[in-house]
Design a protein around this ligand. Structure first.
Ligand SMILES: [Zn+2]
Length: 171
């Protein structure tokens, strides 16, 4: 709590001097600080060697290097079975089949995560685009991107790579 107040105080001080351009950056510091507070004991961190041992080359490329699998190449975009989709990096529950929908993109698409706290997002400006990157809140494995053209009630489209999901069927 104390650390958050200090960070907040510090960032407001910076804003007084440097104004708007730093606002987004200061906001990210605050979000990061509060996320640290939430997940401190729950966070999973592995060394690069451990990640390489745990993941296949393709899983590593997508989850740890923010790669993207080719559309329609994954095993889960056309999966309609009831169940839960877990993180390949730490087995955290991420999405439920109830929110999965046909987006026609060739990637598994969901209208919402299983719990808001289980996924985190970050602005992604790569490839001359402005997108919102989605990653696992526990181990920071990259999952995909979220867009605002999804179905109701959320209007969100979580476009996720099959290769970073582990599907667990449930009746
Ligand atoms: Zn994870």
């Amino acid at each position: 709590m104390r650390r958050r107040q200090i960070v907040r105080g510090l960032s407001s001080g910076l804003l007084l001097f440097w104004g708007t351009p730093l606002r987004a950056f200061a906001q990210r510091i605050r979000v990061f600080a509060s996320a640290q507070g939430w997940y401190m004991s729950d966070r999973i961190e592995r060394t690069e060697a451990e990640w390489r041992q745990r993941l296949t080359a393709e899983q590593y490329r997508v989850a740890r290097e923010r790669g993207t699998e080719a559309a329609f190449s994954g095993t889960l975009w056309n999966n309609h079975a009831p169940g839960v989709y877990r993180c390949v990096g730490c087995e955290l529950d991420l999405f439920h089949s109830e929110t999965k929908f046909e987006s026609g993109t060739g990637w598994p698409s969901f209208s919402a995560p299983i719990a808001e706290a289980n996924v985190a997002t970050e602005e992604d400006r790569s490839f001359f685009m402005r997108r919102t990157e989605v990653h696992c809140a526990r181990c920071e494995s990259h999952l995909g991107h979220v867009f605002s053209d999804g179905p109701p009630p959320t209007g969100k489209r979580y476009c996720i790579n099959s290769v970073v999901l582990v599907f667990v069927a449930m009746d």
